[in-house]
Design a protein around this ligand. Sequence first.
Ligand code: PMP
Length: 412
Amino acid sequence: MQTLTENRFRYGRGIKLIDDTGTEYIDGVSGTFNLSLGYNHPYVVEKVQEQVGNLTHMSSTFTEPYVDEVLSHLLEYAPNGIDAGWMRDITGSTANECATKIAQKYTGDTDIVSLFYSHHGQTQFATGISGNAFRRKGFPNSSVPNSLHVPAPYCYRCPFDANPSNCGMKCVEALADQLEYGGSGSTACMIIEPILGNGGNIIPPPEYFKGIRQLCDEQNIILIADEVQTGIGRTGYMFASTLFDIKPDIITLAKGLGGIGVPVAAVLMQSRLNVLEKHEHSFTSGSNLISVTAAKSTLEVVSEPGFMEEVQRKGKLLGDLLLDLEEKYSCIGEARGVGLMWGLEIVDEYNAPDTNKMNAIINFAFADQQLILRGSRYGFGNVVKVRPSLTVTDEEIVEIIRRLDLVLSSLD
Ligand code: PMP
């Protein structure tokens, strides 16, 4: 059986990839969930190629007019009085560091709170503030001393063994306790993914977001929504913060903002939080014109009339078909998602997390059915992710499901 790393892919078109033997694969996860517009989207490719031919990079002193265009476009859609931005990063990891620096500088406080299973990046600091402890192993500087991790609102396996329909939000209570007794008493911010992406496609209930917003207001804590995975239409909305009414103070973006996989990131905030000096957070390639152009043209595409409504409609189609698979196969404990961001929680006959089966599904899909899927590494590591590009067609969604169905039936 061929493994996931043996192929050399030659071409990408839409959600399809062709390897060097001419075999066609369907990418069910849009690269690393970052190809929001699929491989080789013609408009973005054209704009990026044109920019490469004209001017690739200047000192950030001169790129501001380009950056401002992208930021004003993003801010047109931003929720909750978010009206300023910063675009000197090219990765989600450092965008999150930018957000935590802002929170610490603005509040004068130290502690950073995040959820177990969360993933906020892989620089040492971003690893430290993430809730996936195994990533810190062997890297002492990844243990950020003022970082607190609290139980995730994972209703399918409630960490408090409560019934989600009347739990009284024990996870918000646990957060309040942790703030009172667990930290230094000086909390700068809470950083949260609207849907825990790598942690297993965990979608907190709406009351959770209400609860944490209230707590943050009461204690002057800056609420950061890490929308690196959920942003730029993944949930059928430009920002998942709008969909879930999170009301964050800061939003971080990366992945899908680059449309065809061009690295780029942005930090959006309320203008009162625009406190960083340029020398406090910027990188050589942070506002290079290739990245900025990719972001600009991607935003032009996703804000065409009807684009987001189409993502919502296709998301419903994908979700309905995955829920049908949940009915059909007992190894799917739960299919959960919104828009084009879905996960299948794979379980054994006792409903325990079944990581081996999840791995088998991913590998079989790749080897025999030419379907590329990914599994979650954090949490219990037993969630198969399905996240095609936003440009996926109905026929391709049906084809993803047909191939997944074949894999599941062969493993049943
Ligand atoms: N936040 C989230 C939610 C992510 O999923 C990721 C990457 N998987 C990051 C931050 C880090 O982004 P990057 O890999 O671009 O540094």
